[in-house]
Design a protein around this ligand. Structure first.
Ligand code: AMP
Ligand code: MG
Length: 326
């Protein structure tokens, strides 16, 4: 049996997970940086990560009831993400790998969300809807590699909701509060922006902010933003499902916590005799367990990432990953 320690540091969260090659998650220690006001400030997030790294490695080992010498592989999130955050994770992973004299494995963060989702839910060949604070993509594995079938052309859905929430004075992350407000709102027309298989949210955000300043009710805007953005993604997901010929939909990322969104997707899936799978909350958002498990898969398929190849890749897309384990 092989044991992998995985370090996640792409954005707000620094996390250390430990997984074994039998698919068991042994630890998942984490801490999330929360800006006092406004959005994520990269340098503050980096400070947060570097100050907590050592303690989180210790607490993960403790949780797994292991000592450092039991670790066989050190994996880390190599990209995509915020450079100031990625660099801390990569530096900590390199140091640990050198100290323990164990192989280093660089992992793609988006692919890690998908692989832990498959492990945790038991789905096999899903269409993946990845909707988080920083990402909005529809992915599927086709002929042995991940393809991006649709994505946002500008900001991510979570970011759109968070930015609108900020206009209302709601602290980060605003998504859950928007969901609450939306339950009391009525429909107002907002731009519906689907371009081929892609979507765009920045115009919707700008229009919602404009309407808010002109006196529209926050509840109505929250409701209408949800209805519009979720419908757009449900439409594109349906088309992707048909195109890729998949029967499973895996929902990944923080926005998938939204009940109204899940309801829309469930209705669409049922009409297509497909099934939706929701990643359990402890693995749905960014965490080291995702990286540790995927690190094992990557290592099995491609071996280690050489030190000189371990540079962070802030724009690393899932469709650029060499999938060697499926
Ligand atoms: P992640 O980036 O995967 O950690 O997820 C965080 C994002 O999910 C943030 O943008 C949150 O606002 C968003 N989020 C969390 N819960 C909800 C919810 N109930 N409805 C909509 N968005 C949510
Ligand atoms: Mg993520």
């Amino acid at each position: 049996m092989v044991i992998c320690l995985g370090i996640e540091a792409t954005a707000h969260t620094f996390s250390v997970g430990i997984a074994n090659s039998e698919g068991k998650i042994l630890a998942n220690s984490r801490d999330m940086y929360k800006p006092e006001k406004g959005g994520i400030k990269p340098s503050e997030a980096g400070e947060h990560h570097s100050s907590l790294a050592a303690g989180l490695i210790e607490s993960a080992l403790k949780e797994a009831k292991l000592s450092a010498k039991d670790i066989d592989i050190v994996a880390f999130s190599q990209g995509p993400g915020i450079p100031q955050c990625l660099r801390i994770g990569a530096a900590v992973a390199r140091a640990l790998s050198l100290k323990l004299k164990k192989p280093l494995v660089g992992v793609n963060h988006a692919v890690a969300h998908v692989e832990i989702g498959k492990l945790a839910t038991g789905c096999i060949d899903p269409l993946v809807l990845y909707v988080s604070g920083g990402n909005t993509q529809i992915l599927a594995c086709i002929e042995g590699s991940y393809r991006i079938l649709g994505e946002t052309q500008d900001i991510a859905l979570g970011n759109c909701l968070d930015q609108f929430a900020r206009e209302l004075g709601i602290p980060h992350p605003g998504g859950p509060k928007i969901e609450e407000l939306a339950s009391k709102g009525k429909w107002i027309e907002l731009p519906y922006v689907v371009k081929g298989m892609d979507v765009s949210f920045s115009g919707i955000l700008a229009e919602a902010v404009r309407l808010l300043k002109n006196g529209a009710k926050k509840e109505d805007l929250a409701f209408s933003m949800q209805e519009t953005c979720f419908s757009m993604l449900t439409e594109v997901t349906e088309r992707a499902l048909a195109h890729a010929g998949k029967k499973e939909i895996l929902l990944v990322g923080g926005v998938a916590a939204n009940k109204r969104f899940r309801k829309m997707l469930d209705i669409m899936a049922e009409e297509r005799s497909a099934k939706t799978f929701l990643v359990p909350i402890e693995y749905a958002t960014d965490c080291g367990a995702n990286i540790a498990w995927t690190g094992l898969l990557v290592w099995k398929g491609s071996g280690e990432t050489k030190l000189q190849e371990s540079k962070i890749n802030r724009f690393w897309r899932a469709d650029e990953v060499n999938v060697t384990w499926l």
